[in-house]
Design a protein around this ligand. Structure first.
Ligand code: GLY
Length: 418
């Protein structure tokens, strides 16, 4: 008998709600704020995750047994700490542990201390020193510049040359609005990207799946970076060998290292990897599930996610073993045209009712208005399908996408095409 409060209202949280809803342990699911898709599974409540007293008060007054935090911002802001201090179980890392995502220099230094494979890097808080490092280390200036702190996806610049690198350094260190405090300059590494997801409780970690997302806005990996325009699970490029190496050298070392340093990690850990010729290297960590990766990883999960999360909050994760559907999952994100830049909102979505077996439509940026569902976010829906192989899953996902539309709808046509 378990009452759960899920924090968040995007596609990731809809996928989490779907998995939690499948658990026989669930008695009641609340979501704050939720969305119209989640509202079919949960009672949506208006709670500001930044108001920790309000979240604690709600959890107490509604006999919530477990709070699951979807997005990174409330975690970095210490929501898990506030809940734990109030004696309320929370699945999501403490603010200190969430520094693995929020503090780039901390994460790089942590990996260095624990011999976790990663690119060369150096931290800077001075514009001239950062530029001198770029000029001295990189012939031509190609490198990666990362702002410290959360920057809503705008804090990472993959610079092609010195001019781009210098512009990024000036933008980050010279702009008080950007945080302005510090950045990390990293070597550019080459290979195929893949992401690995784990449920972590202190030194213990259990694999929940892998995925590859498509970050660029347009076909052919062109256009600006987005939160992700589609994904496939398992990650096609992650061979069994690479998976075993990444698990041992990245995830296990991270869980054990954080625990050993007195910052035990609890929650989803997202390891963004580059599969290089010399093995997997960490591009970044995130302290939450990926979006839209959750929309392909979670539909393949056969085991009880809620049970695993409850076990993680009471220290028995070593006994959890996830089972997966052998099928491949593909998700195609339907967005408002213009995303990730400015876009029109409010188009009425049609075709949502046309259920097709083996497909799921996760709401990411929708609003219920009168009797209609409108497209109000940048990313609006994540349309997922399972298939015996990638081609079948992709064909089914796109067949479902074809049935859904609204004025201004936009999607990539080459997700999982490779
Ligand atoms: N899809 C990338 C992310 O969730 O960060």
């Amino acid at each position: 008998m378990t009452t759960v409060l899920l924090i968040g209202g995007g596609g990731r949280e809809h996928a989490l709600a779907d998995s939690i809803d499948r658990s026989p342990l669930l008695t009641k699911l609340y979501a704050a704020p939720g969305n119209p898709g989640i509202a079919r599974l949960a009672e949506c409540v208006a709670l500001n995750p930044g108001d920790h007293d309000a979240v604690v008060g709600f959890a107490r007054s509604h006999d919530v047994d477990l709070v699951v935090v979807g997005p990174e911002a409330p975690l970095v802001d210490g929501l898990a700490d506030s809940l734990m201090a109030a004696g309320i179980a929370c699945f999501g890392p403490s603010a200190k542990a969430a520094m693995l995502e929020a503090a780039k220099e901390f994460a790089r230094d942590f990996c260095a201390r624990h011999h976790i494979p990663q690119p060369g890097y150096a931290p800077f808080d001075d514009i001239a020193e950062a530029k001198a490092y770029v000029r001295g280390r990189f012939n031509g200036g190609a490198c990666v510049i990362k702002a410290d702190g959360l920057a809503a996806g705008k804090g990472v610049v993959v610079a092609e040359d010195e001019a781009e690198a210098f512009a990024a350094i000036e933008m980050i260190l010279g702009d008080a609005n950007f945080g302005g405090a510090s950045l990390v300059v990293e070597d550019r590494i080459h290979g195929t990207e893949a992401s690995l997801f784990a449920v972590v409780d202190g030194p213990d970690a259990v694999m929940i799946g892998s995925a590859q997302d498509h970050k660029r806005a347009y076909d052919g990996d062109k256009g600006p970076n987005t939160g992700g325009m589609g994904a496939v699970s398992p990650a096609p490029a992650l061979t069994d060998d690479a998976l075993a190496t990444a698990w041992r050298d990245v995830v296990e070392k991270t869980a054990k290292g954080m625990a050993a340093e007195g910052m035990p990690y609890r929650g989803f850990l997202y390891a963004g990897l580059m599969l290089t010729d010399s093995g997997p290297q960490v591009i970044e960590f995130n302290c939450r599930f990926g979006d839209p990766e959750a929309e392909v990883v979670l539909p393949r999960l056969k085991s009880d996610l809620l049970s695993a999360m409850l076990t993680a909050t009471s220290g028995g994760l070593g006994h959890v073993d996830f089972r997966f559907d052998p099928q491949v999952a593909v998700t195609v994100v339907m967005a408002n045209g213009g995303y990730p830049g400015a876009y029109e909102t409010g188009g009425v979505i049609t075709g949502l009712e046309d259920d097709q077996p083996g497909t799921m439509v996760f709401h990411a940026g929708t609003t219920a208005k009168d009797a209609a569902i409108t497209a109000t976010g940048g990313r609006v829906l994540a349309v997922t399908a399972l298939g015996d192989d990638q081609a079948e899953a992709r064909a089914k996902a796109y067949a479902r996408v074809k049935t859904i539309t609204w004025p201004g709808a936009f999607h990539r046509s080459d997700i999982a095409a490779g």
